[in-house]
Design a protein. Structure first.
Length: 266
């Protein structure tokens, strides 16, 4: 029996990248997976693949920038599956071309502060709106595990990453605050901070499939050279998320885990 048998999990951004890796691992561990993203076509393909491998899954088209969509996603999950045990807020909410734009990804005196604050607002909403939607159901049951997926740039100061530091660093502290608030309701809130991940939008930028500044690409090249355990893939992050979703981490809340392959230590 898998460690997530009987649990119902919502995973935002699970039609690709890290979210897809999390969905695959959760399904393999016995969870009922509610796949969510904006693309109906991609969502149906993911659900079909999970079911083909013996998993239980369905799909809800939803935009993490929309409070109405997130509320509807949570309500659908409870109607269809009776409960929400786990939330993984993986969707970034901001296209890679926006976060890689020189106006927001560069040395501070060279970036556009208005553009930075706009991206930070969108990236933050993409994490907080899903959590806000599921908490009433978890509080009612006095049970739940929630986690954000964000950037290690929120823990380690990196040149050119003012924008990342703002939203990811804020999310790391927010994890502690909400974790403290929700502990009385037996709802856990944790965070996963990642760096360069293979088979993801960040990897597409490193390979030149999407535009990226020279500084950004050079930083990714150094990560690839220096990470002692190599570059993680989405399934590796799925394993970390499965731990946080399971009873193995029942006493862990308000924490941030950094699966960076020995690149960073805290």
């Amino acid at each position: 029996m898998g460690k997530l048998q009987g649990k119902v999990a919502i995973i935002t951004g699970s039609t690709g990248g890290i979210g897809l890796g999390v969905a695959r691992r959760f399904a393999a561990e016995g969870a009922t997976v509610v796949v969510s993203g904006r693309s109906e076509e991609k969502g149906r393909m993911v659900v079909e693949a999970l079911r083909k491998d013996g998993g239980t899954a369905d799909f809800v088209a939803a935009d993490v920038q929309s409070k109405a969509d997130m509320d509807a996603l949570a309500a659908h999950t409870v109607r269809a599956h009776g409960q929400i045990d786990v939330l993984v807020a993986s969707a970034s909410g901001v296209p890679s071309q926006d976060t890689n734009d020189p106006s927001v990804r560069g040395i501070f005196n060279e970036i556009d502060v208005a553009a930075v604050t706009e991206v930070v607002s969108r990236a933050t909403a993409a994490k907080l709106l899903p959590l806000h939607a599921v908490l009433p159901y978890m509080i009612e049951r006095e049970s739940g595990s929630c986690m954000f997926v964000t950037s290690e740039g929120g823990r380690v100061p990196t040149a050119g990453q003012t924008t990342v530091a703002l939203y990811a660093g804020g999310l790391v502290m927010t994890t502690k605050v909400i974790g403290k608030e929700m502990a009385r309701h037996k709802v856990r809130v944790n965070c996963i901070a990642v760096t360069l991940i293979g088979e993801s939008p960040s990897w597409d930028g490193f390979e030149g499939k999407i535009e990226m500044t020279d500084l950004h690409r050079a930083q990714y090249a150094r990560i690839q050279q220096r990470a002692p355990l190599g570059i993680a893939n989405p399934d590796d992050i799925g394993g970390v998320a499965a731990f946080l979703a399971s009873e193995d981490s029942a006493y862990l809340t308000g924490s941030t885990l950094s699966p960076t392959g020995g690149l960073t230590f805290h």
